[in-house]
Design a protein around this ligand. Structure first.
Ligand code: UDX
Length: 429
């Protein structure tokens, strides 16, 4: 099939590359002509394992263009994969979706199946349908489908090739789109979940909100375990064997971050409030997450009474390992907090870089040893494998002090203690 993917960001590029690999002919379009030029040169602007290889493997079937309207005209299937960032109040910014709707309205001459991959609040796809109709587009010329993605950074390609489900939201009267979508994914082995447009949007938000809830839940339990001298790892393992709970997303630590969970939970809260539902649980999930950095600082303050002039090495800046993404990274919030307390912060991350604006208050090192040098305390803020395998005797030699704060529960406390260092964690007796 010939498909136009609108948006050459993280979701758009992954979708385009995987669809091309499934044998479809794809044109991925974006109004950012610099980005398109880069992609045409074979440079992939984001770091995602395997993406660059998949794009180059399928280069005969995958083209890039900044001519959005022209390509919309040419293809019968359009994927919308533009960004839906947060506004300052936490609502979802639908400006890019609105621009795409305008471009589709301009370029529609023949029948189109319009498939939304972007994460959008409930009601958005119905609005896309209404907006197109209101701009005068003949409703016989299009159908709107919601087909959310469930991609994790770092494993986006395998998540798309081997999904646990394919969610398709469509209008009840739409008799055409399901067979189009089934045809697109015919080489993927996964059950189809077929629902309404709002239903598909809700599945996406609920999925992320549920996972975020598991994290805040185990983080709250860790606070209680801490007071009773109980190892949270034992509790996670103990409850995770129950298939109704499952062992996943039960790692306690400094909290969730990234481009999805914080934004989507907040957006869902707004969707609830808009219809006079007070989402008490979603609010609590966010409150717990926001207070995780302070919890870890409080833990540290038992050992460090004055943070000013103390040198603190923060290992890990990315919101999780195997990515260079620092969006809503709890490690970044921790660095900001330590700097505001007057500490000298030295950071290291195998992939991620801090924004230039932060460079005045933090020194960022390309070598782990330099970040640790003369530190009073070392904080593990992202659970990169590299940090799990540290030689603690060597770390001790480089440090001035002896405190190790494990904010990801990824280090064996005894190994640190055996090196003569003091291990600090939450619910890690
Ligand atoms: C997430 C969803 O998993 C994915 O399905 C959705 O499409 C986008 O959002 P991603 O943001 O890539 O994917 O990260 P994920 O691996 O889910 O981790 C999110 C955050 O939760 C990270 O900060 C991670 O460190 C944290 N986390 C995860 C925990 O603190 N504890 C856990 O047990 C699991």
């Amino acid at each position: 099939m010939e498909i136009c993917v609108i948006g050459a960001g993280y979701v758009g590029l992954t979708t385009a590359a995987v669809l091309a690999d499934l044998g479809h002919t794809i044109c991925c379009v974006d109004t950012n002509s610099e980005k398109i030029k880069q992609l045409k040169r074979g440079e992939v602007p984001i770091y995602e394992p395997g993406l660059s290889e998949l794009i180059s493997k399928n280069k005969d079937r995958l083209t890039f263009s900044s001519k959005v309207v022209e390509n919309i005209q040419k293809t019968a299937v359009i994927f919308i994969a533009v960004g839906t960032p947060s506004l300052a109040d936490g609502r979802t910014d639908l400006t890019y979706i609105q621009s795409v709707v305008d471009e589709i309205a301009e370029g529609i001459k023949s029948y189109k199946t319009i498939i939304t991959k972007s994460t959008v609040p409930p009601g958005t796809n119905e609005n896309i349908y209404k907006m197109l109709k209101e701009t005068g587009v003949d409703p016989k010329l299009f159908n709107v489908v919601s087909n959310p993605e469930f991609l994790r950074e770092g494993s986006a390609i395998s998540d798309m090739i081997k999904p646990d489900k394919i969610v398709v939201g469509k209008q009840q009267e739409d008799q055409k789109s399901l067979s189009v979508v089934k045809n697109i994914y015919k080489n993927i082995n996964a059950p189809f979940i077929i629902t309404s447009l709002n239903g598909a949007e809700m599945i996406k938000y609920t999925s992320n909100a549920f996972l975020a809830t598991k994290i805040s839940f185990i983080n709250e339990i860790a606070r209680i375990c801490d007071k009773y001298n109980v190892n949270i790892e034992d509790v996670s393992k103990g409850i995770g064997t129950d298939p109704r709970i499952s062992p996943h997303f039960l790692s306690s630590g400094i909290g969730y971050g990234g481009s999805c969970f914080p934004k989507d939970v907040r957006s869902l809260e707004h969707s609830a409030l808009d219809r006079n539902v007070t989402p008490q649980l979603l609010q609590a999930v966010q409150a717990v997450n926001h207070s995780q950095v302070n919890l870890y600082i409080d833990k540290l303050s038992v050992f460090i009474d004055d943070f000013s002039e103390k040198t603190i090495a923060v290992l890990g800046v990315a919101f999780k390992p195997n990515t260079d993404d620092i969006r809503y990274s709890p490690a970044v919030s921790l660095i900001e907090k330590l700097s505001s307390l007057g500490s000298i912060v030295q950071t290291y991350d195998p992939k991620a870089l801090l924004p230039l604006a932060m460079m005045e208050m933090v020194s960022q090192h390309i070598k782990l040893e330099q970040a640790i040098m003369n530190a009073d305390c070392v904080v593990i803020a992202t659970d990169w494998d590299e940090f799990k395998q540290l030689n603690w005797l060597k770390v001790k030699e480089l440090m001035k002090g002896k405190y190790i704060l494990d904010a990801r529960n990824c280090i064996e406390p005894q190994v640190v203690r055996d090196a003569g260092l003091t291990y600090i964690g939450v619910a890690r007796p």
